[in-house]
Design a protein around this ligand. Sequence first.
Ligand SMILES: Cc1cc2nc3c(=O)[nH]c(=O)nc-3n(C[C@H](O)[C@H](O)[C@H](O)COP(=O)(O)O)c2cc1C
Ligand code: SF4
Length: 463
Amino acid sequence: MAAVLDRVLLTREEPFSNLTEYLSEGGFQALKKALTMTPLEVIYEIKKAHLRGRGGAGFPTGIKWEGVYKKTHDDHGLPALKYLVCNASEGEPGTYKDRYLIKKNPYTLLEGMAIASYAIGTANAIICIKEIFKREIAMLQHAIKECEDAGYIGSNAMSSGRDLPIEIAFGPDSYLLGEDRAMLEVIEGKPAWPRAKGIIPVDFGLWAQPTVVNNVETLSTVPHILLKGADWFRSIGTADSPGTMIFTLVGDVNKPGMYELPLGTSLKTLIEVYGGGVGADRQLQAVFSGPTNAVIPASKIDTPLDFGSMRALPSGLGSGGFIVYDHTACVLRAGLNFSRFLAIESCGQCTSCKTGTGRITRRLQLLEEGLGTIQDTMAILEDCQHIKGQGRCFLITEEAVEIGSIFYNFPDVIAEHIEFGCLKTRPLPLPKIKDFDEATHTFIFDEKYYERSFAEGRYILSK
Ligand SMILES: Cc1cc2nc3c(=O)[nH]c(=O)nc-3n(C[C@H](O)[C@H](O)[C@H](O)COP(=O)(O)O)c2cc1C
Ligand code: SF4
């Protein structure tokens, strides 16, 4: 087996095909160790490691766990029945790392969940995943059964006297399924609509009980920290963002792919060294960290990939998905793609979000078609200002930040569209990833996404 030493998660190229293989490489030793520690000792090790969530916000995992651990009673004064939810929704364009991790090694996720369950004090752990991710679901079901049958999870896990079962819940193919509070609604049998602002799962989570929601990659990192220690983990990455991250690199690079790198590696290294740079005779123009954060112009690619540096740009690390465009791509069309995606995915609970994303999308489309005016650009910028920070969830702010940043960083492109319409007619598919062919470094996109959304009536605005 080819071992890869400078990684935490993808330490070998081949996927683990069964539990025996995982055990032969130290599998479940971290849970064994955790069970000799007190729950608080486990939590303090994760806090000391300064593990930050890999789902988008970068919130410190240990603090979240401690919050739920300390909640002995629910809001009604009754003994708290806590929950752990693993967010395996992965709906952001340009991101594939969670499905990749599950395919490579579902066992570390299960071990991480068992450790987290033990630490926060729950026997209710659920993986929430999109129903359409059939292959990943089958792999998880198989791995859960193997681990249960061998006594590593489930009742009396590893003869510890503790029950650490893991279940799977299925959700719709909706971007909002990944929003943690919407995910809890779905598990409760309701639509993927985010709960009101200010209601956080640690206080009021699944069935109104204290709940930890963590991303697949976050939970998969936990066993490595427990086994090798917080100091080892902090020796990788930066002080602000220790450890590694699995970056999804798509778009105009010679070698798109999945790359696990220490946090703090520069965006330039990711694109040029790992992605092989943009094509010959092409210049890098812009990089998008999904539809969530401000666009990164080519002049800023020396920025280290860590939470603090990316925030200071200003942009964001998001879930580590980067979409690269060279000078032949129309950045306004890239923005239109994201805006249309967000308008479709907006649940409509907040009027400013559904109408705002729809209005901005329609005006961007006019600009693309050469029918837009200076008044349209002013109206887009005004809308971005007005909708930012409104609404129950962050989706509405994603729209404002993403589109506003394109106007701010590429004023010439906007001016050109007002005068001539779009001069770069190259098609740009929405990079919503369905699959990845590792042998050829090719991503397969969900090409029918818009068609399906229109057919389902999810995008109702006419031109
Ligand atoms: C619109 C929206 C979509 C999101 N989608 C995902 C997702 O697909 N996967 C994920 O882990 N987090 C997603 N998040 C972030 C979650 O709300 C939450 O912060 C995360 O699951 C917490 O896990 P972590 O602390 O391990 O990062 C999304 C957030 C928003 C606002
Ligand atoms: S901000 Fe948008 S997506 Fe979020 S809850 Fe409101 S309408 Fe739904």
